[in-house]
Design a protein around this ligand. Structure first.
Ligand SMILES: [Zn+2]
Length: 264
């Protein structure tokens, strides 16, 4: 069956992408280049053999230990890969469930929007940093897909990135003036620009509003119970989470809003 076959391919791609995200999650906060040096043991520095570098299987073959120095390899690596494999297959089912068909540009868009939540959530929550590969990469992919998606145009994708990113940038500047400190990182601006490139400015800004509401609902109780926690918080994961939701259901959510929630 087509759906099963495409899900299987998406799961394999997800495993591979997860393996790349492991590199991002480790290297981006440490300011290390992404492509150099090749994968190596963080303890003894020995490079990892190609067959041990296979997502998931490599870690199982090594039984979670470096082949050279026997240092334990964190279970986080295979877990991130497994999660991305599952999310890859799930994104195919999600697209099929919504559209009843599987146009490749929707598959690529949802695959990307769903999977990038993983590194954005991991890196941003810990380090208040969004990897450029996910935000700028998203802008590039969103613009390219707009060429092929008959429901949109390159211009609306381009304007989507500029208007969505630009609005958040201006908002962050104003908030910064009011609060007297940086309200938001430029990473959030680039990430919202990516959503704009995928779904147009109106859906991206609606996603931003929802992300803000959800972030407040999560952060306010957190502050209340743990007032001693550090002050800065990560907004990126909330924006990223809204990405696939507004890509797939943006029209319905906005129709619902205009029809039921607007005052007459
Ligand atoms: Zn080692």
């Amino acid at each position: 069956m087509d759906l099963w076959y495409i899900s299987f391919v998406a799961a394999l791609l997800g495993l591979a992408v997860g393996s790349f995200f492991n590199v991002l999650i480790y290297r981006v906060p440490r300011n290390m280049p992404i492509s150099w040096p090749p994968s190596h043991c963080t303890q003894c520095g020995k490079s990892i053999r190609p067959r041990h570098n296979i997502p998931l299987l490599g870690w199982l073959l090594l039984r979670g230990k470096c082949a050279n120095c026997q240092e334990k390899i964190s279970i986080q690596y295979p877990l991130v890969e497994l999660l991305c494999g599952v999310l890859g297959a799930a994104s195919v089912w999600w697209v099929y469930g919504v559209y009843g068909s599987m146009p490749w540009y929707h598959l690529v868009a949802v695959f990307w929007l769903v999977l990038t939540i993983v590194p954005i959530a991991t890196v941003d929550f810990k380090h208040q940093l969004i990897p450029d590969t996910t935000s700028l990469g998203g802008i590039a992919i969103g613009l390219i897909l707009a060429f092929f998606n008959p429901q949109t145009t390159f211009l609306s994708s381009f304007l989507g990135a500029i208007i969505a990113g630009g609005s958040l940038f201006i908002f962050a500047q104003i908030m910064g003036r009011i609060l007297g400190k940086a309200a938001m990182g430029f990473g959030d601006v680039k990430l919202l620009a990516a959503l704009g490139a995928f779904m147009g400015w109106s859906h991206a800004l609606a996603a931003l509003v929802c992300a803000s509401i959800v972030a407040l609902l999560v952060i306010l109780p957190w502050r209340f119970f743990k007032p001693s926690e550090e002050e800065s918080f990560a907004f990126g994961p909330f924006i990223a989470l809204m990405g696939p939701i507004f890509y797939l259901y943006g029209h319905q959510i906005m129709d619902f809003y205009w029809n039921y929630l607007q005052m007459p």
